[in-house]
Ligand binder design. Structure first.
Ligand SMILES: NC(=O)c1ccc[n+]([C@@H]2O[C@H](COP(=O)([O-])OP(=O)(O)OC[C@H]3O[C@@H](n4cnc5c(N)ncnc54)[C@H](OP(=O)(O)O)[C@@H]3O)[C@@H](O)[C@H]2O)c1
Length: 290
């Protein structure tokens, strides 16, 4: 089976390549091979390679910067998935796995979001990702498109909250972290396993995958310090102070409560998630062994 991957240089791309199943011919691309902001190039590569699956893991993921670069975010997060879906529809073969985000939700619901709950993104990043979701499902239908939403993604490589907090625990005696935004940290290896299960089982439609449990960014930062010190990655932990969102303003507004109900997807994929804290231990162990 031929799988064309975008975003190979990103943190999910790294985990997908590390866990590629036997029998999959993986064609891994990043910006150097394919610019996702160029829809003609996106259509061309599909026609050239005729993949059985296109795993669109590439994205414009800088949530705050997207507020200043809405056109580029739109092109990468909505234009590329649309172009891929158009090309696959033209070909009449091949399926698309589009990775999406809990930031398509407003965070005001107060209980976990199901896959069919209405999207109401608060910022440019979430809005562009929501348009990407809609485009692929509209053009290919759930028979040939799977949208897999995830949340608070982090792994041992790349840019993410866990690696930033590890550095700050080392550098500072004290740090302030937002305690009134709740979601679920998700380790990249678990999401990569879910992606490969989508492909192996031919799952389609709107799906959601996060690790199990819930946390605020503050909880996550405290846990990173505790687990990293237990593993010998840190000599000491910084004192973590809880902040409100109002005390830590950012250019993009973020959902206050973006937990997702992933039960149906777990069943469809035949996978049980790790609790996020177990996922954290795995990621920190991988960092320790680097
Ligand atoms: N990170 C999160 O917390 C999170 C949460 C929920 C959902 N997601 C979704 O999960 C997926 C994977 O995210 P991730 O955290 O692995 O992202 P990431 O580490 O930022 O990787 C994204 C990849 O896309 C590439 N890319 C960006 N613009 C491109 C362009 N114009 N052409 C080609 N490639 C381009 C990036 O290349 P450069 O490094 O060269 O820019 C990078 O390799 C994305 O769909 C994201 O929206 C992420």
């Amino acid at each position: 089976m031929r799988v064309l991957l975008t975003g190979a240089g990103g943190q999910l791309g790294y985990a997908l390549q590390a866990s590629c199943p036997q029998g999959v011919e993986l064609i891994a691309t990043d910006l150097a091979q394919l610019d996702l902001s160029d829809p003609a190039a996106c259509r061309r590569i599909v026609h050239e390679l005729r993949p059985d699956w296109l795993l669109n893991g590439g994205a414009y993921t800088a949530v705050d910067q997207a507020e200043q670069q809405p056109e580029l975010a739109e092109a990468v997060n909505a234009g590329a998935p649309r172009a891929f879906a158009e090309a696959l529809a033209d070909l009449g073969s091949g399926r698309l796995l589009q990775i999406s985000t809990d930031f398509v939700f407003s965070g005001q619901q107060g209980h976990p979001y199901g896959p069919q709950d209405p999207v109401a993104p608060l910022g440019v990043y979430g809005a562009t990702k929501a348009r990407g979701e809609a485009a692929v499902l509209e053009l290919l239908g759930p028979e040939r498109a799977c949208v897999l939403r995830t949340s608070w993604l982090y792994g041992p490589v790349g840019k993410n909250f866990c690696l930033t907090m590890l550095r700050l625990h080392r550098e500072r005696p004290e740090l302030g972290v937002v305690a009134d935004q709740v979601g679920c940290p998700t380790h990249t290896a678990g999401l990569a396993a879910a992606c490969w299960a989508v492909i192996a089982k031919g799952v389609g439609g709107l799906q959601q995958w996060s690790d199990a449990g819930a946390a605020s960014w503050y909880d996550f930062a405290v846990a990173i310090g505790e687990e990293a010190q237990a593993l010998g990655l840190l000599e000491r932990q910084a004192q973590v102070k809880p902040l409100t969102t109002a005390e830590y303003p950012t250019p993009a507004q973020r959902p206050a409560y973006s937990l997702m109900d992933c039960r149906a997807s777990r069943e469809a994929l035949g996978l049980a998630p790790l609790h996020w804290r177990q996922g954290l231990r795995q990621v920190l162990a991988a960092i320790a062994s680097q």
